[in-house]
Design a protein. Structure first.
Length: 311
Protein backbone atom coordinates (compact mmCIF):
# COMPACT_ATOMS: atom_id res chain seq x y z
CA UNK A 1 0.00 0.00 0.00
CA UNK A 2 1.45 3.33 -1.04
CA UNK A 3 1.12 6.51 1.00
CA UNK A 4 0.29 9.78 -0.66
CA UNK A 5 1.88 13.14 -0.04
CA UNK A 6 1.06 14.41 3.42
CA UNK A 7 -1.33 17.12 2.30
CA UNK A 8 -4.69 15.45 2.79
CA UNK A 9 -6.68 17.58 5.23
CA UNK A 10 -10.10 16.55 6.47
CA UNK A 11 -12.75 17.28 9.06
CA UNK A 12 -14.35 14.55 11.17
CA UNK A 13 -15.92 14.43 14.65
CA UNK A 14 -15.26 18.15 15.05
CA UNK A 15 -11.51 17.76 14.49
CA UNK A 16 -9.17 18.70 11.71
CA UNK A 17 -7.29 15.67 10.43
CA UNK A 18 -4.11 15.45 8.37
CA UNK A 19 -3.54 12.07 6.79
CA UNK A 20 -0.90 10.35 4.69
CA UNK A 21 -3.69 8.05 3.52
CA UNK A 22 -6.43 9.33 1.26
CA UNK A 23 -9.79 9.12 3.09
CA UNK A 24 -12.54 9.81 0.53
CA UNK A 25 -15.26 9.18 3.13
CA UNK A 26 -14.31 12.33 5.04
CA UNK A 27 -15.08 15.96 4.29
CA UNK A 28 -11.95 17.36 2.69
CA UNK A 29 -10.76 20.86 3.61
CA UNK A 30 -8.30 22.91 1.60
CA UNK A 31 -6.98 25.12 4.36
CA UNK A 32 -6.74 24.86 8.12
CA UNK A 33 -5.82 27.36 10.80
CA UNK A 34 -3.08 26.23 13.16
CA UNK A 35 -1.99 22.65 13.71
CA UNK A 36 -4.33 19.74 12.95
CA UNK A 37 -5.99 17.98 15.89
CA UNK A 38 -5.32 14.46 14.60
CA UNK A 39 -2.61 13.03 12.37
CA UNK A 40 -2.78 9.72 10.53
CA UNK A 41 0.61 8.42 9.49
CA UNK A 42 2.25 5.37 7.98
CA UNK A 43 5.01 4.06 10.24
CA UNK A 44 6.99 0.90 10.93
CA UNK A 45 5.40 -0.49 14.10
CA UNK A 46 7.02 -3.94 13.97
CA UNK A 47 9.46 -3.37 16.83
CA UNK A 48 6.82 -1.71 19.00
CA UNK A 49 4.44 -4.64 18.46
CA UNK A 50 7.16 -7.23 19.15
CA UNK A 51 8.15 -5.50 22.39
CA UNK A 52 4.56 -5.60 23.62
CA UNK A 53 4.38 -9.39 23.43
CA UNK A 54 0.83 -8.93 22.18
CA UNK A 55 -1.47 -11.53 20.71
CA UNK A 56 -2.56 -11.31 17.08
CA UNK A 57 -5.89 -9.57 16.71
CA UNK A 58 -6.00 -8.56 20.38
CA UNK A 59 -5.95 -4.98 21.60
CA UNK A 60 -3.08 -4.05 23.89
CA UNK A 61 -3.00 -0.84 25.95
CA UNK A 62 0.30 0.59 27.17
CA UNK A 63 0.99 4.16 28.32
CA UNK A 64 -1.98 5.74 26.56
CA UNK A 65 -1.32 3.71 23.44
CA UNK A 66 -3.85 1.31 21.97
CA UNK A 67 -2.22 -1.11 19.56
CA UNK A 68 -3.54 -4.09 17.64
CA UNK A 69 -2.65 -6.20 14.62
CA UNK A 70 -4.93 -7.66 11.99
CA UNK A 71 -3.29 -10.61 10.18
CA UNK A 72 -2.41 -9.88 6.53
CA UNK A 73 -3.59 -6.28 6.96
CA UNK A 74 -1.27 -4.44 9.33
CA UNK A 75 -0.51 -3.02 12.77
CA UNK A 76 -2.49 -0.06 14.12
CA UNK A 77 -1.51 2.23 16.97
CA UNK A 78 -3.61 5.03 18.50
CA UNK A 79 -1.65 7.46 20.69
CA UNK A 80 -2.83 10.04 23.24
CA UNK A 81 -6.02 10.83 21.32
CA UNK A 82 -3.96 12.68 18.73
CA UNK A 83 -2.28 10.23 16.39
CA UNK A 84 -3.13 7.09 14.43
CA UNK A 85 -0.16 5.13 13.11
CA UNK A 86 -0.52 2.35 10.57
CA UNK A 87 2.05 -0.23 9.48
CA UNK A 88 0.41 -1.89 6.45
CA UNK A 89 1.22 -5.49 5.64
CA UNK A 90 2.60 -6.30 2.21
CA UNK A 91 -0.27 -6.58 -0.25
CA UNK A 92 -2.84 -5.19 2.20
CA UNK A 93 -6.03 -3.66 0.85
CA UNK A 94 -6.41 0.11 1.31
CA UNK A 95 -10.21 -0.11 1.53
CA UNK A 96 -10.02 -2.51 4.48
CA UNK A 97 -7.39 -0.34 6.17
CA UNK A 98 -9.70 2.68 5.90
CA UNK A 99 -12.50 0.68 7.55
CA UNK A 100 -10.27 0.13 10.59
CA UNK A 101 -9.04 3.73 10.64
CA UNK A 102 -12.56 5.18 10.63
CA UNK A 103 -13.99 2.49 12.92
CA UNK A 104 -11.82 0.84 15.56
CA UNK A 105 -9.04 3.43 15.49
CA UNK A 106 -11.35 6.43 15.65
CA UNK A 107 -13.41 4.81 18.40
CA UNK A 108 -10.28 4.28 20.51
CA UNK A 109 -9.10 7.82 19.82
CA UNK A 110 -12.43 9.30 20.96
CA UNK A 111 -12.20 7.32 24.20
CA UNK A 112 -8.69 8.62 24.76
CA UNK A 113 -10.11 12.13 24.40
CA UNK A 114 -12.93 11.28 26.82
CA UNK A 115 -15.60 11.56 24.14
CA UNK A 116 -18.22 8.82 24.40
CA UNK A 117 -18.37 6.72 21.19
CA UNK A 118 -21.65 4.83 20.81
CA UNK A 119 -22.16 2.19 18.13
CA UNK A 120 -25.00 3.39 15.96
CA UNK A 121 -26.43 6.18 13.84
CA UNK A 122 -27.63 9.65 14.77
CA UNK A 123 -30.13 11.90 12.99
CA UNK A 124 -31.46 15.41 13.59
CA UNK A 125 -35.21 15.80 14.18
CA UNK A 126 -36.68 19.23 14.86
CA UNK A 127 -33.37 20.65 16.05
CA UNK A 128 -32.40 17.78 18.35
CA UNK A 129 -30.15 14.78 17.84
CA UNK A 130 -31.49 11.28 18.36
CA UNK A 131 -29.18 8.27 18.51
CA UNK A 132 -30.11 4.81 17.25
CA UNK A 133 -27.90 2.19 18.88
CA UNK A 134 -27.91 -1.58 18.59
CA UNK A 135 -25.89 -4.69 17.94
CA UNK A 136 -24.39 -5.36 14.53
CA UNK A 137 -27.15 -6.26 12.08
CA UNK A 138 -29.92 -4.69 14.15
CA UNK A 139 -30.82 -2.31 11.31
CA UNK A 140 -29.50 0.98 12.68
CA UNK A 141 -28.35 2.45 9.38
CA UNK A 142 -31.49 1.26 7.60
CA UNK A 143 -33.69 2.99 10.18
CA UNK A 144 -31.61 6.15 10.00
CA UNK A 145 -31.93 6.09 6.21
CA UNK A 146 -35.71 5.74 6.50
CA UNK A 147 -35.81 8.80 8.75
CA UNK A 148 -33.61 10.69 6.29
CA UNK A 149 -36.09 9.90 3.51
CA UNK A 150 -38.47 12.23 5.35
CA UNK A 151 -35.95 15.07 5.06
CA UNK A 152 -34.15 14.78 8.39
CA UNK A 153 -30.34 15.03 8.17
CA UNK A 154 -27.77 12.48 9.28
CA UNK A 155 -25.23 13.33 11.99
CA UNK A 156 -23.28 10.10 12.18
CA UNK A 157 -23.24 6.50 11.03
CA UNK A 158 -21.41 3.67 12.83
CA UNK A 159 -19.69 5.78 15.54
CA UNK A 160 -21.65 8.44 17.45
CA UNK A 161 -19.47 10.95 19.33
CA UNK A 162 -21.15 12.37 22.44
CA UNK A 163 -19.67 14.99 24.75
CA UNK A 164 -20.93 17.57 27.23
CA UNK A 165 -20.70 21.35 27.04
CA UNK A 166 -18.15 23.15 29.23
CA UNK A 167 -20.80 23.73 31.91
CA UNK A 168 -21.73 20.00 31.83
CA UNK A 169 -25.39 20.88 31.29
CA UNK A 170 -25.92 19.92 27.64
CA UNK A 171 -24.84 16.79 25.78
CA UNK A 172 -24.02 17.11 22.08
CA UNK A 173 -23.50 14.79 19.14
CA UNK A 174 -20.62 15.95 16.98
CA UNK A 175 -21.01 15.04 13.28
CA UNK A 176 -18.75 12.32 11.92
CA UNK A 177 -18.62 12.29 8.12
CA UNK A 178 -21.26 12.29 5.34
CA UNK A 179 -21.55 8.60 4.57
CA UNK A 180 -23.84 5.68 5.36
CA UNK A 181 -23.37 1.94 5.06
CA UNK A 182 -26.42 0.13 3.71
CA UNK A 183 -27.14 -3.46 2.79
CA UNK A 184 -28.35 -4.17 -0.73
CA UNK A 185 -31.65 -5.49 0.66
CA UNK A 186 -32.32 -2.21 2.45
CA UNK A 187 -31.42 -0.22 -0.65
CA UNK A 188 -33.91 -2.26 -2.66
CA UNK A 189 -36.68 -1.45 -0.17
CA UNK A 190 -35.87 2.24 -0.62
CA UNK A 191 -35.86 1.95 -4.40
CA UNK A 192 -32.10 2.58 -4.63
CA UNK A 193 -29.90 0.98 -7.27
CA UNK A 194 -26.48 -0.34 -6.24
CA UNK A 195 -24.85 0.79 -9.47
CA UNK A 196 -22.47 3.66 -8.84
CA UNK A 197 -21.94 2.88 -5.15
CA UNK A 198 -18.79 1.32 -3.76
CA UNK A 199 -19.22 -2.03 -1.96
CA UNK A 200 -17.47 -2.35 1.39
CA UNK A 201 -14.42 -4.58 1.57
CA UNK A 202 -15.38 -8.28 1.72
CA UNK A 203 -19.06 -7.28 1.90
CA UNK A 204 -20.22 -7.37 -1.68
CA UNK A 205 -23.83 -6.68 -0.64
CA UNK A 206 -23.12 -3.72 1.67
CA UNK A 207 -22.41 -0.33 0.15
CA UNK A 208 -20.99 3.07 1.05
CA UNK A 209 -23.62 5.74 0.40
CA UNK A 210 -22.52 9.41 0.30
CA UNK A 211 -25.09 11.67 1.98
CA UNK A 212 -23.44 15.10 1.73
CA UNK A 213 -26.71 16.69 0.57
CA UNK A 214 -28.51 15.57 3.73
CA UNK A 215 -25.82 15.83 6.40
CA UNK A 216 -25.67 18.09 9.45
CA UNK A 217 -22.16 19.51 9.81
CA UNK A 218 -22.51 21.20 13.22
CA UNK A 219 -22.86 19.68 16.73
CA UNK A 220 -26.47 19.20 17.83
CA UNK A 221 -27.87 18.73 21.37
CA UNK A 222 -28.99 15.16 21.94
CA UNK A 223 -32.49 14.59 23.28
CA UNK A 224 -32.95 10.83 23.16
CA UNK A 225 -31.50 7.41 22.47
CA UNK A 226 -33.35 4.49 20.87
CA UNK A 227 -31.99 0.97 21.26
CA UNK A 228 -33.01 -1.09 18.23
CA UNK A 229 -33.41 -4.82 18.85
CA UNK A 230 -34.72 -7.71 16.79
CA UNK A 231 -37.93 -9.46 17.83
CA UNK A 232 -39.80 -12.65 16.92
CA UNK A 233 -43.10 -10.79 17.32
CA UNK A 234 -45.27 -9.41 14.54
CA UNK A 235 -45.55 -5.78 15.64
CA UNK A 236 -43.20 -2.91 16.37
CA UNK A 237 -42.97 -2.34 20.13
CA UNK A 238 -41.48 0.68 21.88
CA UNK A 239 -40.97 1.07 25.59
CA UNK A 240 -39.12 3.35 27.98
CA UNK A 241 -35.83 2.07 29.40
CA UNK A 242 -35.43 2.66 33.17
CA UNK A 243 -32.38 4.66 34.24
CA UNK A 244 -30.55 1.77 35.89
CA UNK A 245 -31.03 -0.44 32.86
CA UNK A 246 -30.00 2.49 30.69
CA UNK A 247 -26.55 2.51 32.26
CA UNK A 248 -25.85 -1.08 31.24
CA UNK A 249 -27.40 -0.48 27.83
CA UNK A 250 -25.09 2.47 27.14
CA UNK A 251 -22.06 0.48 28.25
CA UNK A 252 -23.08 -2.42 26.01
CA UNK A 253 -23.33 -0.10 23.01
CA UNK A 254 -20.16 1.87 23.69
CA UNK A 255 -17.93 1.33 20.68
CA UNK A 256 -15.09 -1.05 21.63
CA UNK A 257 -16.27 -0.99 25.24
CA UNK A 258 -13.58 -3.44 26.37
CA UNK A 259 -11.13 -0.52 26.11
CA UNK A 260 -12.93 1.48 28.81
CA UNK A 261 -11.38 -0.48 31.68
CA UNK A 262 -8.01 -0.91 29.98
CA UNK A 263 -7.73 2.86 29.50
CA UNK A 264 -8.66 3.47 33.16
CA UNK A 265 -11.84 5.21 32.08
CA UNK A 266 -14.39 3.22 34.11
CA UNK A 267 -15.20 6.09 36.50
CA UNK A 268 -15.40 8.59 33.66
CA UNK A 269 -17.64 6.28 31.62
CA UNK A 270 -19.98 5.76 34.55
CA UNK A 271 -20.20 9.51 35.20
CA UNK A 272 -20.96 10.48 31.61
CA UNK A 273 -23.51 7.71 31.06
CA UNK A 274 -25.18 8.52 34.39
CA UNK A 275 -25.55 12.13 33.24
CA UNK A 276 -27.03 10.95 29.96
CA UNK A 277 -29.66 8.66 31.50
CA UNK A 278 -30.70 11.45 33.87
CA UNK A 279 -31.04 14.04 31.11
CA UNK A 280 -32.25 12.06 28.10
CA UNK A 281 -35.17 9.86 27.15
CA UNK A 282 -34.09 6.26 26.50
CA UNK A 283 -36.29 3.78 24.63
CA UNK A 284 -36.09 0.21 23.41
CA UNK A 285 -37.50 -0.29 19.93
CA UNK A 286 -38.31 -3.87 18.94
CA UNK A 287 -38.54 -4.69 15.25
CA UNK A 288 -39.97 -7.94 13.84
CA UNK A 289 -37.42 -9.93 11.85
CA UNK A 290 -40.13 -11.46 9.67
CA UNK A 291 -40.73 -8.34 7.57
CA UNK A 292 -39.45 -4.91 6.56
CA UNK A 293 -40.73 -2.50 9.21
CA UNK A 294 -38.64 0.66 8.70
CA UNK A 295 -41.71 2.88 8.02
CA UNK A 296 -43.43 1.56 11.16
CA UNK A 297 -40.28 2.15 13.21
CA UNK A 298 -40.08 5.73 11.94
CA UNK A 299 -43.72 6.27 12.86
CA UNK A 300 -43.12 4.91 16.37
CA UNK A 301 -40.13 7.20 16.86
CA UNK A 302 -41.93 10.29 15.57
CA UNK A 303 -44.97 9.62 17.73
CA UNK A 304 -42.78 9.14 20.80
CA UNK A 305 -40.86 12.35 20.14
CA UNK A 306 -44.07 14.27 19.57
CA UNK A 307 -45.59 13.04 22.83
CA UNK A 308 -42.38 13.83 24.71
CA UNK A 309 -42.39 17.41 23.42
CA UNK A 310 -46.03 17.88 24.43
CA UNK A 311 -45.59 16.50 27.96
Amino acid sequence: MQSSVKDNYYRAFGFTVVSEIHLPELEQVNDIQGSPDISIEISDLTELWDNMEAVLGKYTVREERVIFQIPHLGIFCIEHGKKILISPAIGSDKDEIRLYILGSCMGALLLQRKILPLHGSAVVIEGNAYAIVGDSGAGKSTLASAIMKDGYPLLSDDVIAISFSSDHQTAYVTPSYPQQKLWQESMAHFGMETAGYRPLFKRETKFSIPVASNFESKPVPIAGIFELVKSDGEQVVIQRIPNLEGLSMLYHHTFRNFLVHRLNLSSWHFDITAKLVNKLSLYRLERPVSKFTAPDLVSAIMTTISRRNIS
